[in-house]
Design a protein around this ligand. Sequence first.
Ligand code: PRT
Ligand code: ZN
Length: 286
Amino acid sequence: MNAKLKIAIQKSGRLSDDSLQIIKECGISFHNGIGKLKAEATNFPAEFLFLRDDDIPGYVADGVAHIGIVGENVLVEKGKQVETVHKLGFSKCRLSIAVPKGARYLGPASLQGKRIATSYPRLLGQFLASHQVQADIHEISGSVEIAPGIGLAEAICDLVSSGSTLFTNGLEEVETVFRSEAVLIAQPQLPADLKELLGQLLFRIKAVQAAKNNKYILLNAPQAKVERIASLIPGMKSPSIMQLARPGWVSLHSVINENDFWAVIEALRAEGAEGILVVPIEKMIV
Ligand code: PRT
Ligand code: ZN
């Protein structure tokens, strides 16, 4: 039988849409009936398992799934023996300690002897130990933010993204314990044929990510400025330069990174570039 990569992704929740999206952008399709736990890819040797995110590290460590997509927060909290293969850049959040607004907080030592409610006892425990603080970690599985209000704890340690949940519950973020994003994990010691499939998938993921971080740029430039303008947009190897029908002008085509986008555009304009077009890239193989 030919090898098939079993991929665990979250069934429904904050990771699901982006996990499915990246799979789709990698050109992998599958039919998935509502409520199904498994789906077979139609154009890649893979099978998807739809699971609760908390179970994904364990299933990957046990070999039920070969690879999976999960938040680093869950991965580290579970402490399973799996390999982090690649950061995926979505579901970014932080695990933070928060106290009631206005409470006196002068650093981790203020947590000494306090009760802290969390769903992340391991990560919180490591943070407290690293600051030589002894506190009473009260593990709860959800609605952590209400714990101070109902007298269950004096502080909480929970995931934060926008901060609005803390705000509406009258809490103030005082420490960042851990920063997290979605990652691709794999069972260590995958057999060679599955490793080969993982390599193919990773190649596609990187092409999708590179495309998202870059834009294709076309512009017109006076011939006299070509060298200076070309040096601003070096692209993957060097820009393409084409003669325009109008004498003394050329067109340059290249790729620019999203991070330096506006600074590069300003510099190009200052050098006399005109008619600048910026186009999204669908896939980028570097
Ligand atoms: O059912 P299942 O167990 O699979 O899902 P779940 O309910 O345990 O997890 P889910 O879907 O809520 O989150 C999955 C993963 O998304 C987490 O493990 C994180 O890696 C990531 N993630 C990113 C977040 C958040 N952002 C986030 N904001 N997970 C949870 N939150 C919650 C947080 O717990 C708090 O209640 O959102 C609230 C705070 O959000 P803000 O925007 O108000 O700050
Ligand atoms: Zn969960």
